[in-house]
Design a protein around this ligand. Structure first.
Ligand SMILES: NC(=O)c1ccc[n+]([C@@H]2O[C@H](COP(=O)([O-])OP(=O)(O)OC[C@H]3O[C@@H](n4cnc5c(N)ncnc54)[C@H](O)[C@@H]3O)[C@@H](O)[C@H]2O)c1
Length: 368
């Protein structure tokens, strides 16, 4: 999957004519009273109502916001398909600085916009929006998930996201070393925020050695205090990816971690982490494969969060969700097998499997 750029002509051309487009519906929303400017993109409803979060971000241009909505919505179609959810892909972006521009009125206006789609798009949290915001949106829109437990929601999704990434690591170990155990393996985590710190817990419980880094010293300090043994810290990500004897590298901060600078110097044999859009540009997946590094596709292993928000729509049940998130182990193994069979990198194999599932759903719909 490559990305759409931000120029208006490019965006429209992509939407109507390229393989990166083909979105079913793109809605521009405005409420001048509250200052709301939003874009809701529904990429596909082949598998069911489109599901994806709301990003609240100070885009430099409005065209950039539309391009981001298109890319993110398409990404959600693949993620939801691979997670085995009966949901298509969609995403919304609200243009603005969440710290300055977010207000109750704006969120309520946004809720009315989502509600006007009558359930074709279900929203949730993303960068810049939180559980408390979804509680407000939900007052106007019943197609809202990612709410607080007090309001019938499942709360923070990072617990199951970390659990899913951990399952992806176990599957990678099984594929590469013939044993899913991570005991004695050295795992480097870049970013010990909400997901990263839960991941440390799983790894330590299994007896892995963990190396962490984060731009926030307080986040690192918290981990080192919590785990006096088996966890060390390095100064930054540049140092982490060069740690001698590293078995697994887990990017758990921002996107673009795998790029022309980092891939040539990675010491790890496996990359498996929570961050979205880890591959900085098309072709990086091949560079990883050429170096013999096994890449567990980001959108496959970080699907625990979306599994949780999808479950919330049916009345949240943690155990049911955990069972679904545990299947990330089998899904990741299936992707590695398909990659080997087709002679392609795992990222391309994941795309193929997801596309197949969506095509089958569309064909089934036509047949009926
Ligand atoms: N929370 C979820 O359920 C979920 C689900 C799917 C994907 N993700 C993705 O996983 C990643 C982590 O999510 P999170 O919820 O833990 O976010 P978070 O903001 O709680 O944690 C991210 C951490 O990364 C650190 N960081 C930022 N830049 C860094 C850098 N250059 N080097 C090292 N550390 C850096 C931050 O200080 C922070 O502690 C994000 O990319 C997110 O999009 C999260």
């Amino acid at each position: 999957m490559t990305d759409v750029t931000g120029a208006p002509a490019d965006v429209l051309h992509t939407l109507f004519h390229s393989d990166q487009g083909g979105h079913e519906q793109v809605v521009l929303c405005q409420d001048r009273a509250s200052g709301l400017k939003a874009v809701i993109a529904i990429h596909s409803t082949a598998l069911g109502p489109a599901l994806g979060g709301t990003r609240f971000y100070p885009y430099a241009t409005e065209a950039e916001a539309v391009a981001d909505a298109l890319n993110l919505a398409r990404g959600m179609s693949y993620k939801n398909a691979m997670a085995g959810l009966d949901h298509g892909g969609g995403k919304a972006v609200i243009i603005g600085d969440p710290d300055r521009d977010k207000s109750e009125d704006l969120l309520l206006a946004y809720g009315r916009m989502v509600a006007s789609l009558g359930g074709r798009y279900v929203t949730a949290c993303d960068v810049g929006t939180y559980v408390a915001d979804m509680d407000v949106v939900a007052r106007e829109c019943r197609w809202t998930t990612g709410r607080s437990p007090e309001n019938g929601g499942a709360g923070d999704s990072s617990v199951l996201t970390a659990f899913g990434v951990y399952q992806g690591m176990r599957a990678s170990a099984q594929h590469l070393w013939g044993d899913p155990s991570l005991r004695g393996r050295k795992v480097g985590i870049a970013g010990v925020g909400k997901v990263g710190h839960h991941l440390v817990k799983h790894l330590r419980e299994e007896g892995a050695e963990v190396v962490v880094t984060d731009v926030r010293t307080d986040a690192v300090q918290r981990i080192l205090e919590q785990y006096p043994a088996g966890v060390t810290a390095v100064a930054d990500t540049a140092a982490l990816i060069r740690v001698e004897g590293l078995d697994i590298y887990a990017p758990c901060a921002l996107g673009g971690a795998l790029n022309d600078d980092s891939v040539p110097v990675l010491t790890a044999k496996v990359v498996c982490g929570a961050a979205n859009n880890q591959l900085a540009h098309p072709g990086v997946e091949k560079d990883l494969a050429d170096r013999g590094i096994l890449y567990a596709p980001d959108y496959v292993v970080n699907a625990g969060g979306v599994i949780q928000v999808a479950d919330e729509l049916h009345g949240f049940d943690f155990d049911r969700c955990r069972t679904k998130a545990a299947k990330i182990f089998d899904t990741t193994l299936a992707i590695f097998a398909r990659a080997k069979e087709d002679g392609i990198p795992p990222a391309a194999a994941a795309d193929r499997i997801a596309e197949q599932r969506m095509a089958e759903a569309r064909a089934g719909r036509i047949a009926h």
